[in-house]
Design a protein around this ligand. Structure first.
Ligand SMILES: [Zn+2]
Length: 263
């Protein structure tokens, strides 16, 4: 058996592992190395298929056969043809595949510079994004329609340091110069159910008011989906630390022990 454990796996299993990076465009981030080719800087990309293929001749052949399979399977969308012995263009299948997914919408095949809002490694045009993920809502709608606060949407935080909830997906996009945060509607509904249980609307609104007070007393803000310290507001928040601590303790005292089940 080979010393290389990955190379020792059966081809079917290796293809299965490679399938997790089919639409991944993370490798499009390019860096120029010091080496030059023909007077121009050499372009290097770090897509999984390139790095795996670079480890050994056997794994390179595995990646090539898998990318050939992808090109044949999706040729109606990509318009690519697999590499054959008679092909004049000798560019390897893996390079042709990665270059295509880096520049085209994976659903309609048209050229696009946008990424899918909820999966930021997949190239997807705005039209297909609306079609494939139709039930998205803005953060404002999520907060107002379900009586939630940012403490409920962005976890972990001071109220939920253990982060007992499933991951809540979100996407940020530039809407005419204004950054807008979007969530999947069904996931927000599920989160609201975990937070409020079967409480009446009045109780939900009261909970929202309490948590909004905590938010306003915190020296933190949500940036890119994470809570970060605000350094420049020290004067405004002076002497509020004790009040914030009390508010958090009161709110946490009302949480169920599991943090999920609503008592
Ligand atoms: Zn599209």
């Amino acid at each position: 058996m080979s010393d290389n454990n990955l190379a020792a796996l059966p081809t079917e299993l290796l293809h299965n592992i490679l399938s997790y990076s089919i639409w991944n465009t993370a490798g499009e981030f390019r860096v120029y190395t010091a080496a030059t080719t023909g007077g121009r800087p050499k372009l290097w990309t770090n897509h999984t298929y390139y790095t795996v293929a670079a480890t050994s001749r056997h794994l390179r052949n595995i990646v090539e056969s898998f990318c050939q399979h992808l090109i044949i399977l999706h040729k109606s969308t990509t318009k690519l043809l697999p590499l054959t012995k008679k092909s004049k263009n000798r560019t390897p299948n893996r390079i042709r595949w990665v270059k295509w997914i880096a520049k085209h919408c994976v659903f309609c095949g048209k050229g696009s510079t946008c990424m899918a809002l909820m999966y930021n490694t997949i190239r997807c045009c705005r039209k297909c994004d609306k079609k494939e993920w139709p039930d998205k809502i803005t953060m404002t709608a999520a907060l107002n329609n379900y009586n939630l606060t940012k403490l409920d949407l962005f976890t972990p935080n001071v109220l939920y340091p253990e982060n007992p909830f499933p991951v809540l997906r979100f996407g940020i996009y530039d809407c005419m110069g204004v950054y807008t945060t979007m969530f999947m509607k069904d996931e927000v509904e599920e989160r609201a159910g975990l937070i409020h249980g079967k409480d009446s609307v009045e109780d939900q609104k009261a909970r929202r008011r309490r948590r909004t007070r905590i938010e306003c007393s915190m020296r933190m803000a949500v940036v890119g989906g994470r809570w970060v310290q605000i350094q420049s507001y020290d004067a405004q928040f002076r002497d509020k630390t004790d009040e914030l601590h009390t508010l958090i303790q009161q709110e946490r005292a009302g949480l169920p022990k599991s943090g999920i089940e609503h008592g």
